[in-house]
Design a protein around this ligand. Sequence first.
Ligand SMILES: C[S@@+](CC[C@H](N)C(=O)[O-])C[C@H]1O[C@@H](n2cnc3c(N)ncnc32)[C@H](O)[C@@H]1O
Length: 249
Amino acid sequence: MSDRATRARSFESVAAEYERHRPGYPEEALRWAAGQLGLERGARVLDVGAGTGKLTRGLAGVGFEAVAVEPGVPMLDQLRTALPEAEALVASAEAIPLPDESVDAAFAGQAYHWFDRERALPELQRVIRPGGGLVLLWNWWNERDALQRELGELVGFAGHDPYRQEDLPGEPWFREVGRTIVEADQESSPDALVGYLSTASAILTAEPEERREMLRSVHELASRYGERFTLSRLTYVFAFSRLPVATRT
Ligand SMILES: C[S@@+](CC[C@H](N)C(=O)[O-])C[C@H]1O[C@@H](n2cnc3c(N)ncnc32)[C@H](O)[C@@H]1O
């Protein structure tokens, strides 16, 4: 497997920790996306790269009927335990086992950057109904916060966005209709930050000694901010409308 492919699937080795330490998505972000795409309660939506179901739960919480698609069986096992009522399918974004035009919208949380875009975008366009859309979300660090700024320098996210503008969906499959950033507070602690970062792909795929040292440094840095602290976190949200494609190849 390539380095990128290894990182894309690295989460499966820590599915339970992922479920324990990663945050969900603010309801405000999901409601904003629903407004952009005109999605009503009861809409059938796909959560692609669903992982342990952090976003799937949010989608169900705002009244959507969510179907989860995720290639990692250990991740999907966590999702099935947490959300036994949700339809959950083992598959990737490049080959979605759903009929043409069968969902009102597709959502991807913290996952789009792992997809093979050339194959995933036509596939997503295929399963979304005409008039529907695609929503991409990323939970991200807020470097206006001193602790997160220091952490960014330490672990390497300083100055980076979670997405690359040139990689976002575009024609002939989708057109961006809006983007926003939702800010929300999250209670945290040195242990919680270490738990979160121990599920980051770059740290999961590092050599064991390097990983231990990095997590030790994170704990030391965070401990300077106290035993408990409030972190302001950012959620980036992008909404795209589905474009009609005259002929499919
Ligand atoms: C960082 S996790 C995000 C999980 C979940 N959406 C969340 O918000 O917590 C990334 C997920 O993308 C999945 N993934 C990796 N490559 C994928 C692909 N080609 N198609 C669909 N999902 C993929 C991984 O297995 C992993 O569960």
